[in-house]
Design a protein around this ligand. Structure first.
Ligand SMILES: *[C@@H]1O[C@H](CO)[C@@H](O)[C@H](O)[C@H]1NC(C)=O
Ligand SMILES: *[C@@H]1O[C@H](CO)[C@@H](O)[C@H](O)[C@H]1NC(C)=O
Ligand SMILES: *[C@@H]1O[C@H](CO)[C@@H](O)[C@H](O)[C@H]1NC(C)=O
Ligand SMILES: *[C@@H]1O[C@H](CO)[C@@H](O)[C@H](O)[C@H]1NC(C)=O
Ligand SMILES: *[C@@H]1O[C@H](CO)[C@@H](O)[C@H](O)[C@H]1NC(C)=O
Ligand SMILES: *[C@@H]1O[C@H](CO)[C@@H](O)[C@H](O)[C@H]1NC(C)=O
Length: 356
């Protein structure tokens, strides 16, 4: 996969019209995700759905090299109780109740666990998607399951999915493939990833497709209302200077404002750089807190900068954390020690953009 899906709050949009194969139209206008959705529903059918790798290829062809466009994938809820299990292979539907979960699983044992594994006894449990493990692919053309146990290169769930889609068909999905696996008498060295994942994302046209194609090099997906698409190169790491915008906006409005008028909502900004580069500015804010470009990516269960970098669990810039983090974003205090504070994304504060 040369191109990977990338969250990006801006630019154009992809609509589709009904026909046997989805027909994509690239709309070269700048709108918010909701505006784009209305536009597509009025002028075409809906924001683009992407149901499999073949659709993705057609979508890229319609985009013709242009990047950063909305598609119909969006987060339908930020409440963890609304997560639904899916199989990675989009043609396979997950059915409640007929799955060999280990007793008591899935249980979000250590927080939020969104990916599924198989134990050496053949039973399933949920686990953090970010941990590297062996994994089981399904190969359509040979109608076999394949266990990949590369001790020197264990993979996170997403990387395992990418590997299976490149070299085979997909991660092992559904009970038929599971039965095939059992027939083959493969012995698992330990717990391995299978094609199970859960999220609260859905398509604008309400199709039940489980197709996701999150980028792996950026390490992130993103919450709230909207998403993504098509970027070939990671953003550069060059830091620009910072600017305080003294308007009260929600976190997402602030993100869009920064991306339209400057470069981005400030990322990779810690106490030191705040002190050195923007502290004087922050004291001028007319709101008690100031947004920075840090949000919690629910699927990856991690705090992530808007440029895609993880914040390590051990980071000491936090003033308060804890509780439910899904759907939350971060701000810094105007006064005090300028540590990060977890906030609701609908709050309205001033914010810091970075210049180009
Ligand atoms: C999430 O949904 C459940 C069930 O619908 C509800 O009981 C709970 O209060 C919700 N949680 C939040 C944080 O809204
Ligand atoms: C999987 O299928 C591909 C064709 O799609 C084939 O070339 C390859 O040898 C198969 N691999 C295994 C392990 O069966
Ligand atoms: C794959 O093999 C199993 C038995 O080994 C068989 O029941 C199943 O129909 C086959 N599936 C396909 C798609 O050929
Ligand atoms: C799998 O193992 C069982 C019991 O050990 C054996 O009876 C069966 O023949 C094996 N099947 C294959 C395909 O090796
Ligand atoms: C922003 O909100 C604060 C209260 O949180 C208020 O005091 C301030 O005047 C507002 N600023 C603007 C520009 O509306
Ligand atoms: C993605 O995450 C892995 C594991 O946490 C890390 O080693 C890698 O550097 C990250 N990639 C980027 C681009 O941040």
């Amino acid at each position: 996969m040369d191109q990977t899906l990338l969250l990006s709050v801006l630019l154009s949009q992809l609509c589709w019209s009904v026909s046997l194969d989805l027909q994509y139209h690239f709309i070269d206008k700048k709108m918010s995700w909701s505006e784009a959705q209305s536009h597509c529903r009025e002028q075409h059918t809906d924001l683009a759905s992407v149901n499999d790798m073949k659709d993705l290829k057609n979508l890229k062809a319609a985009a013709n090299g242009r990047t950063d466009a909305w598609i119909g994938l969006h987060q339908t809820s930020d409440n963890l109780t609304d997560r639904k299990w899916h199989w990675s292979q989009p043609t396979v539907r997950y059915k409640e109740g007929d799955s060999p979960w280990k007793q008591g699983e899935p249980n979000d044992d250590r927080g939020t666990e969104n990916c599924g594994m198989m134990d050496s006894d053949g039973l399933w449990n949920d686990h953090y998607c970010r941990t590297p493990h062996c994994f089981i692919c399904y190969n359509d053309s040979s109608n076999t399951t394949v266990m990949i146990n590369d001790a020197t290169n264990p993979r996170t769930w997403l990387k395992a999915q990418q590997f299976c889609r490149t070299h085979h068909t997909d991660l092992m999905s559904g009970l038929d493939q599971y039965k095939l696996f059992q027939k083959q008498n493969l012995t698992l060295p330990s717990r391995c990833w299978i094609g199970l994942f859960r999220d609260t994302w859905g398509w604008s046209d309400r199709s039940d497709s489980s197709f996701r194609n999150w980028n792996t090099w950026l390490n992130f997906s993103y919450c709230m209302c909207s998403v993504l698409f098509l970027s070939t190169t990671p953003k550069t790491n060059l830091k620009g200077s910072f600017v305080l915008v003294k308007e009260n906006k929600t976190w997402e409005e602030a993100l869009i404002h920064c991306r339209h008028n400057y470069r981005d909502l400030a990322w990779s900004i810690d106490i030191e750089s705040l002190k050195q580069e923007v502290q004087a500015d922050i004291r001028d804010a007319n709101s008690e807190f100031v947004w920075i470009g840090l949000h919690f990516a629910c699927f990856f269960e991690a705090w992530v900068w808007v440029d895609g970098k993880y914040v390590p669990e051990t980071n000491e810039n936090w003033k308060e954390r804890g509780g439910s983090e899904c759907g939350h974003v971060a701000a810094v205090e105007r006064g005090g020690d300028k540590k990060w504070v977890k906030k609701n994304f609908m709050d309205k504060y001033n914010f810091i953009c970075m210049r180009r």
